[in-house]
Ligand binder design. Sequence first.
Ligand code: ADP
Length: 370
Amino acid sequence: MNNQVLIVEDENDTVELLRYNLEKENYETLIAHNGVDAIDAVQCHEPAVVLLDIMLPELNGWEVCRILRESSKGKEVPIIMLTALSDEEARIKGLALGADDYLSKPFSVKELLLKIRKHIDRQQAIKQLRIREWEQETSLRYMVHEMRNAMAVIGGFSTLALKKNDPGNYLKPINTAALHAECLLNDASLLARLEKRGGFLPTEAIDIVALTKDVVEMLRDTAKKTQIEMADMKSAPPCVAANRTAVRQVLLNLLSNAVKYNGEGGKVWVSFDERNDLMDVAIRDEGCGVRRDELPRIFDKFYRAAGSEKVKGAGLGLYIVKLLMEAMGGKISVKSDKGAGSTFTASFARADVAASRLDAQDKEILSANF
Ligand code: ADP
């Protein structure tokens, strides 16, 4: 969190007093002895709070306040003006020009620290609120856009089928679009529930190899030029403790990414590995890969790695995968590098191991639809 306080003051004694008390409370301090330097410091460092004296050489505090409020980087920074105790007019002028607060000289250090804390906390809360609003808006825009596309396909092709009295030829795109729309709606309601409550999904013993085969078959049609190879397990694989619908969604998201971020004619390999109490399903592709420094962020909501703009997506797929895997008590991991392809591994608990550990009383089960 940003904890830089910019002290704009030309009297060295006051600067030192402020600096000493702020650094004692673990704030970082920046000093500007005149108004011009203060404006530069805000543009360069974007401090969390500005303590602004009025009587300054070159530009006075009111001018600095006005200029900052008109600049993109200074328009929201909390400004606390330092005024003389008796100077009511100066206080009013500062507040009218956009200062958030004032402190009368000689000031109480306790009051100063309280005011700084209050303004930093408020600014932080506003930022969080904006991020949440942005996320909600982006989700909604994405949903509306995708649903509109799906409905256009369903509407267009069904009209054609009716006109030509030949539904057979048009059923496939209608079906694909309807399934996509259904997935979107499922994603939205699932995300809302998982984000709100966390919690666990009900699990059962699942033959993960058979389920993966089903999903791969489902995708073969849309994968077109991408070849998907699935390794066979030599010995009979153990069942995993998982949720069938969630696993299907996890595999669909991972496999469709492996296809869409692959080069023309690229390959995808699906393999299984049993290790200790876990069963890994690895999906490897020879596509564009992800830069290592970006890897930790690709599971974040709406994050899209650099260079993904040409590929259709909203940056929600891996976020959903992560939430679903966690809700089943599993784990998702990735190995990748730019230009070197990617391997996503979904690790599930073996059903026999999970059964012995299950303590249902401690867990909140998310039930509806799952
Ligand atoms: P979307 O594909 O809709 O952008 P995801 O959440 O599924 O969203 O993926 C997040 C980002 O991770 C993608 O934008 C892409 O940059 C990167 N990514 C995911 N899977 C792969 C992959 N198999 N190969 C390369 N990059 C990938």
